[in-house]
Design a protein around this ligand. Structure first.
Ligand code: SAH
Length: 217
C-alpha cells in the first residue's frame, strides 16, 4: 500500500505493519478489500483504515482520547492504539455484543494486543454509537466505521476543542466527512470522497433485513 501511495505517512505504515490483519479477519486478510466478519458486518478495506488513520493522525497525541464507533473486528482500534502513547486511551464501541466479544478475542491473539486490553489502553464496550460514549469523553479523535444518516450531535458534543471526527455520512450516496472542532468550539465540515459502508443504525437492522451485497466499499 505504501509503495502504491495508499499509505503516505510512515507512522501509519508502522502502526499498520505492527498489527496482523489475519488476527482480525478469517479470509484473505492480506488483500486490500473488505471482508465479512459475521453479524452482517465487514472489516473495512485496509486502504480505508489507512485513510482514516492518516486523517486523524494530527489529533492522535501521546495522551489522546480516541473513540472508534462501529469497532467491528477491532482492527482499526488496534492500529489507533499504536498511534498514541502509553497514556493514550482508545474506546471501541459496537452495538452488537457478538462483535464486541469478537474484537476482544481478535485482539487477544497477539501479545501486544493482550497488553492493550490488560492495561485498558483499549476498551471495547457495547452500546449505540450514535450517542457516542459519554464516559470517555471528550475525545481528541473520533472514527466512525459505519455510515451515519446524519451528523449526530452527541458525537460532535463529545469532540474535544480542538478535535477531529472522520465519519461516512449518507443513506443513498455516502461520503466521508472530516468534521473539525477548533479551539473556540467552531465546527467545520470537509466532504472528501464517496464510499460504501454498512449503516450506523438500529440493531434490529443487522439481525433481519440486511444483505451482504450492500456491505462492500
Ligand atoms: N471498523 C470496523 C467496521 C465494522 S462494520 C472494522 O473495520 O472492522 C460497521 C460496524 O458498525 C459493525 O460492526 C456494526 O455492528 C457497527 N454499528 C452499526 N450501527 C451501530 C450503532 N448504532 N452503534 C454502534 N455500532 C454500530
Amino acid at each position: 500500500m505504501a509503495e502504491n501511495g495508499l499509505i503516505t505517512n510512515d507512522r501509519v505504515k508502522q502502526a499498520m505493519l505492527a498489527v496482523d490483519r489475519g488476527h482480525y479477519c478469517a479470509q484473505s486478510p492480506y488483500q486490500d478489500a473488505p471482508q465479512e466478519i459475521g453479524w452482517s458486518a465487514t472489516i473495512s478495506a485496509p486502504h480505508m483504515h489507512a485513510r482514516a488513520a492518516e486523517s486523524l493522525l494530527p489529533f492522535l497525541h501521546a495522551n489522546a482520547r480516541v473513540l472508534d464507533i462501529g469497532s467491528g473486528s477491532g482492527y482499526l482500534t488496534h492500529v489507533l492504539a499504536n498511534l498514541v502513547g502509553d497514556r493514550g486511551r482508545i474506546v471501541g464501541i459496537d452495538h452488537v455484543q457478538g462483535l464486541v466479544d469478537l474484537a476482544k478475542g481478535n485482539m487477544s491473539r497477539s501479545e501486544a494486543g493482550r497488553r492493550l486490553l490488560e492495561t485498558e489502553k483499549v476498551q471495547f464496550v457495547t452500546g449505540d454509537g450514535r450517542r457516542g460514549w459519554a464516559e470517555g469523553a471528550p475525545y481528541d479523535a473520533i472514527h466512525v466505521g459505519a455510515a451515519a444518516k446524519e451528523m449526530h450531535q452527541a458525537i460532535i458534543d463529545q469532540l474535544k476543542a480542538p478535535g477531529r471526527c472522520f465519519i461516512p455520512i449518507g443513506s443513498g450516496e455516502q461520503y466521508i466527512y472530516v468534521i473539525d472542532k477548533d479551539e473556540q468550539g467552531n465546527i467545520s465540515k470537509n466532504k472528501l470522497f464517496g464510499v460504501r459502508y454498512v449503516p450506523l443504525t438500529d440493531q434490529k437492522y443487522y439481525s433481519s433485513n440486511y444483505s451482504y451485497a450492500d456491505t462492500l466499499h
